[in-house]
Design a protein around this ligand. Structure first.
Ligand SMILES: Cc1ncc(C[n+]2csc(CCOP(=O)(O)OP(=O)(O)O)c2C)c(N)n1
Length: 382
């Protein structure tokens, strides 16, 4: 296994001294090191496309390639600036991409057992890079020559004037002594407790759409524990950041239902402009579980200290904004929101972390979609 500190030190030795990206669990031990650095050296961003653009700006102003880290699911967000800024037929911007390979191919056509949303993306990741003309090397826990790979990747990126990728398989980086420093203990409620309250409060005539990561897994687990139909919620297992827009698409057509979107701060920042449309829906409750970190992939920090969600939600046009840091106040806010025929944004401060082992949904998502559509069609009360 690779020592992420040695990996980082060698990148620095090669004059890679700016890092940016959206975190991935396969890269978490490497990103914990970066989380401690100043903004001149590390910026965590809302989506992977922004990271490519920051890296381009860094190269233009310093002459040194930056390193952009991401999960392979983030390639979708990155592809536009990769193809239309960094590509050598446009500006030709050197940079290194460090990509966690969820749904990796172990041997020829044999794929690792992973969650459904990672399977297709896992299968096409290397093909996607070939198609957009990005050379890559794959590293894993047995890689011995990582120094050579870093040196050659950087040289190649500079000589070809384009991005070059290093693909990271599961288990490549070993745990380091560096602890995540941002998932601090607070008195705020855990996400699962908040979701439980949402379920309790939203029995009648409402639909829940939940964001990517632990939020959807906890919602699923709670339905299971409560012996309730797991298909009555729409779990955004992939498409991080788009829960708000899927919810708005539903809200627009089902005006008699209350649409409740459960979001995370990392998710909301990924495609914040979805709020332009959700704010117009009068049957919309947007709940932001704000824990200041990307909890689901390791608890890496989110640059959100100065964000003011009252102003943000009001600015996008939400009719109401409520905030709480306790479950009691949150319950009251939910009661108020459910009575209003307006768009409401509820922020609740939350403690990062999971409180129990979480099962992964077993049902096929295609079947869940059909069940969910049946529920929407019947306009059923539950
Ligand atoms: C496009 C994309 N980039 C990255 C990821 C990896 N990922 C899954 S969940 C998650 C963190 C979500 O953070 P947040 O919305 O704040 O919720 P929390 O995990 O803190 O509850 C990330 C980065 C992804 N699924 N998709």
């Amino acid at each position: 296994m690779l020592d992420s500190k040695k990996f980082y030190n060698f990148l620095k030795k090669n004059n890679i001294n700016f890092f940016t990206g959206v975190p991935d669990s396969l890269l978490k031990n490497f990103i914990y090191l970066l989380d401690k650095k100043k903004k001149e050296e590390h910026l965590s961003v809302g989506n992977e496309g922004l990271a490519i653009a920051l890296a381009a700006g860094h190269y233009l102003s310093s002459g040194n390639p930056a390193l952009v880290y991401m999960q392979n699911s983030g390639l979708g967000n990155a592809i536009n600036p990769l193809n239309s800024i960094a590509n050598k037929e446009v500006y030709g911007i050197p940079m290194l991409l460090l990509i966690g390979w969820r749904g990796e191919i172990i041997k020829k056509n044999k794929q690792v057992d992973d969650e459904p949303q990672h399977l297709y993306q896992g299968k096409i990741t290397l093909k996607q890079l070939k198609l957009i003309d990005i050379p890559y090397k794959v590293i894993n826990k047995d890689t011995k020559n990582f120094k050579k790979i870093i040196t050659q990747s950087k040289q190649l990126s500079i000589s070809l004037q384009k991005p070059v990728a290093i693909i990271v398989k599961k288990g490549t980086f070993k745990k380091n002594k560096e602890k995540k420093i941002f998932s601090k203990k607070t008195s705020y409620p855990f996400r699962k407790k908040i979701i439980e309250k949402i379920i309790e409060k939203s029995k009648n005539n409402s639909l829940i759409i939940s964001t990517t990561g632990y939020t959807s897994r906890e919602l699923y687990h709670l339905r299971f524990l409560r012996n309730e139909n797991v298909s009555k919620d729409f779990l955004m297992v992939g498409g991080m950041g788009h829960a708000v827009s899927v919810s708005a698409g539903i809200a627009k057509n089902l005006k008699k239902k209350k649409i409740i979107c459960i979001d995370g701060d990392g998710s909301l920042l990924m495609h914040t402009s979805g709020m332009q449309n959700s704010a117009m829906m009068k049957n919309f409750i947007h709940i932001l579980i704000n824990n200041g970190v990307h909890d689901s992939v390791g608890g890496q920090k989110i640059n959100s200290i100065k964000l003011n969600y009252r102003q943000i939600s009001k600015g996008f046009g939400y009719d109401f904004y409520f905030k709480s840091s306790t479950l009691k106040k949150f319950e009251k806010n939910m009661d108020k929101a459910l009575k209003l025929n307006k768009s409401v944004f509820i922020e609740i401060l939350s403690q990062a972390g999971i409180t129990s082992n979480l099962p992964r949904p077993k049902e096929k998502f295609i079947l869940r979609k059909k069940e969910f559509q049946k529920i929407l069609k019947k306009n059923a009360k539950y």
